[in-house]
Ligand binder design. Sequence first.
Ligand code: KG4
Ligand code: ZN
Length: 346
Amino acid sequence: MNILAIESSCDETACAIIADEARILSNVVVSQIDIHSAYGGVIPEIAARSHIEAILPVVHQALADAKLAITDIDAIAVTHTPGLVGSLLIGTLTARTLSVIHDIPLYPVHHLKSHIYANWLSGHNPDFPLIALVLSGGHTQIIRMTAHNDFTILGSTRDDAIGEVFDKVAKILGLPYPGGPAIAQAAKSGNDQAYHLPIPQVSGLDFSFSGLKTAVLRAVQQALNLPISTPSHVLKDHLSAQQIADFAASFQTTAAKIIALKLHQALLDYPDTKSILLAGGVSANQIIRDTITQRFHHNHHVFFPEPAFCTDNAAMVGAAAYYAIQAGTQATDPYALDISPRSPIS
Ligand code: KG4
Ligand code: ZN
């Protein structure tokens, strides 16, 4: 079966063709990062307009790279939730139109499920039951799966998503958007013990990250001997390169500790867990990967996607659709498929 998958939920326009067992035949991603970095974050109207320009060339390129025609496609998969409304609309309207014109079954895919299924793209086959940590720019969740296409949310962030905090801390430190890779780079020459940042105390398996962001802000103000009324955007002008590196390293290590701590709690609650999966843009972070691997690999198989499949792409959408179809999911009506900016995994 050949699945043509489309992803446009945020600022990447992507199309991939996926064959059986989530084998990648082609994978095209056009990123808008260069456009949005000038503004320090994603501007939804610009994202939607850029998707309109890119979507058809990206679909054509994916077919050409796979050396296939649209008539060789057996199923179309598309991200329909969650994400930016204007961005989601471009991908779903394209998928619906292709589905109607060429009479190809259409499968809507939840974006966070796709991130989890990026773990099946490298020929891996994680054992169930498993616990997946979705660490993205918009979401932070602990999800348990006992079989393909079976998801139970165990915990979520109560405020900011972890990627959002990487981006906001980067802004405080004067590092570019997106903040995650910039913080990881700056942290390489930093001392992660230079600044003590508190671990938020949140009961159960929920997360809270807004306190960590404020703790970095206060620590920067204190290190510079500036009053707490000092606006965050002027702090970067006073920081030395070494201070920026030390704050980046201290923040990154604290974020990794928070994730490891919650994962530890989840594994105590679910002792039958066989595999641990990291997913989403922040799972590209090497310190987080190393921390989780070192701490848990003795008793569990730890998986994470290749870096290119951690951030948004359509190959993971095709993988999620492939396993959903195998598990018996039926195609949807292409005339009726709607988008939703927010909706939980179900
Ligand atoms: O999953 P994703 O591509 O988009 C959403 O679905 O939200 O995640 C984007 C997030 C951004 O916040 C970005 O700063 C973060 O992933 N990110 C990283 C790294 N690469 C991307 N965070 C930490 N370390 C990285 N190496
Ligand atoms: Zn994403």
